[in-house]
Design a protein around this ligand. Sequence first.
Ligand code: ACO
Length: 155
Amino acid sequence: MQNKPITFQFISEPSDVNYGGNVHGGSVMKWIDQAGYACATTWSGNYSVTVYVGGIRFYDPIKIGEVVKVDAQVIYTGTSSMHIAINVFSRNLKQPNFEKKTHCIIVFVAVDENGKKLPVPKWIPETEEEKQQEIYAKRLMELRTQIEDEMKPFL
Ligand SMILES: CC(=O)SCCNC(=O)CCNC(=O)[C@H](O)C(C)(C)COP(=O)(O)OP(=O)(O)OC[C@H]1O[C@@H](n2cnc3c(N)ncnc32)[C@H](O)[C@@H]1OP(=O)(O)O
């Protein structure tokens, strides 16, 4: 099965502004969820919901009126889960090159019409880069288990 990245491109709008005049982190998180949703639903062929998003790092501000590019690609699949790498870039309209502004991993689960999880097609990495990405996703899963154990007393 083909595992093509899903890419969104658009211009950040005045309605995306935060209190400091740049793009609001909440807008970036919405774009991450939308691109992840499109990628997961395309991969699974079923409606998919977010189960986890974490480790979002905002490297640099995105300015209003810049071109924003959001790339989403499946890097690991479990039984019902799809681990998707998201990279967000932006560029001034007058500049040709994009700069990376945000990266995270978002996990989706395919569900049926009753909200019950469904199996997803298996992604089998082939290239060295794809294999490294799968190792990265699995490593993050282990770290997440440790973080969730730390959080349990406070939930
Ligand atoms: C598009 C949107 O905005 S959706 C809005 C926000 N999201 C939602 O409302 C989803 C709410 N959550 C749910 O409905 C439920 O958690 C479900 C239906 C998705 C899954 O429920 P359950 O069947 O109890 O989940 P279960 O614990 O078996 O986990 C399902 C999968 O999620 C994975 N998962 C669960 N927690 C995590 C986590 N913290 N990080 C990564 N993956 C996780 C599991 O490993 C499992 O993957 P696998 O099947 O590939 O092994």
